[in-house]
Design a protein around this ligand. Structure first.
Ligand code: BDR
Ligand code: CA
Length: 316
């Protein structure tokens, strides 16, 4: 069953899996009305994430979608990047070039404030595929924008799974935990798709062949990126395939029936020390606090890859 179309802003730090997510979103215009892509420093520096977002837009044949560059560093902490996973350019497996179209004028934070201020109440969904710095800055400067938000869907966090940047922290939360805290305390409706989930949605030879068989540019780009991207995680975690983290957020927005989760109380640890950036998911409500997020814990893995390949088949 198809969901009715809704307005979406994608905040992202491309990033290998971010590009797969962007292509999946751009291939699904009957559901996702992408108002803009906003970029943030994360996997690589802001100039590179902004270029890679524009490359994704070019590959997706959607140069009509504006790309706004946002925060070049986290709220408080020193920047942290992930070139070991995403390569120096933030896009492993492909040759990058300067895209045809430039950035939209103005900043991502200004765009978020203006757009969410003008939006009808609870009307715009925000997909957060990187550190949450841009939305946090917008909420700090203009707290009323929370009213324009329908839902914020985050790729981030880890609980039972353990972390991927420290033993307990997932990269997006570790890269700016203070920003995540601002978003968490803003009262917006929040859904988290953590590593616990994304480490169950793994590539396999059959799934990569499914994508390779598409025979279009989008399929080739995704296969080239994923072949280079998944190897490190497979080796590091002893997984039989690699995760495509950020694409799960878009799949969730397109087909929530593929996913299952529960309402929980979530905290983010922003104290200096070994637990910096850790998410604490109160799975059994031990703290007796009101629930503040939907924590997605499982999904139909083959359904996810079927959705990805059937949607990418629509692109050039
Ligand atoms: C997250 O961190 C980034 O490296 C990926 O793009 C994804 O958003 C996974 O921990
Ligand atoms: Ca990302």
């Amino acid at each position: 069953m198809l969901r009715p179309s809704f307005d979406l802003i994608i905040d992202t730090d491309p990033g290998a899996d971010d590009v797969v997510a962007l292509l999946l979103a751009m291939a699904s215009p009957e559901t996702l009305n992408i108002l803009a892509i906003t970029t943030v420093a994360g996997n690589v520096r802001l100039d590179k994430t902004s270029r890679n977002a524009r490359l994704a837009r070019e590959w997706g044949g959607r140069e009509d979608i504006p790309v706004y560059a946002g925060a070049s560093r986290p709220l408080l902490r020193a920047p942290v990047y992930a070139p070991d996973i995403h390569g120096e350019e933030g896009l492993p497996g492909v040759t990058v070039h300067e895209p045809r179209q430039g950035l939209a004028p103005g900043s991502a934070v200004g765009y978020l404030i203006d757009t969410l201020s003008a939006a009808p109440p609870h009307s715009i969904t925000v997909a957060m595929l990187g550190p949450q710095t841009n939305l946090a800055l917008a909420l700090i400067q203009a707290p009323h924008i929370a009213l324009g938000i329908k839902e914020v869907v985050v790729m981030g966090g880890a609980h039972f799974n353990g972390g991927n940047i420290t033993p307990v922290a997932e990269f997006n939360l570790f890269a700016d935990p203070e920003a995540a805290e601002v978003v968490l305390s803003s009262g917006v409706k929040l859904t988290y798709l953590p590593l616990d989930l994304t480490h169950t949605l793994l590539t396999s030879d059959a799934r990569m062949q499914q994508l390779a068989a598409l025979g279009n540019q989008a399929g080739r780009v995704v296969v080239d990126i994923l072949n280079a991207y998944v190897a490190t995680d497979m080796q590091r975690y002893g997984l039989p395939g690699g995760p495509v983290h950020d694409a799960s957020v878009i799949a969730y927005l397109l087909k929530p029936e593929l996913f299952a989760g529960r309402q929980i109380y979530l905290q983010v640890d922003s104290r200096e020390g070994p637990t910096y950036g850790q998410t604490i998911a109160d799975w059994h409500n031990a703290l007796g606090q009101p629930n503040n997020v939907t924590w997605i814990a499982s999904a139909d893995a083959q359904g996810f890859f079927d959705l990805l390949s059937t949607r990418l088949a629509r692109l050039q």
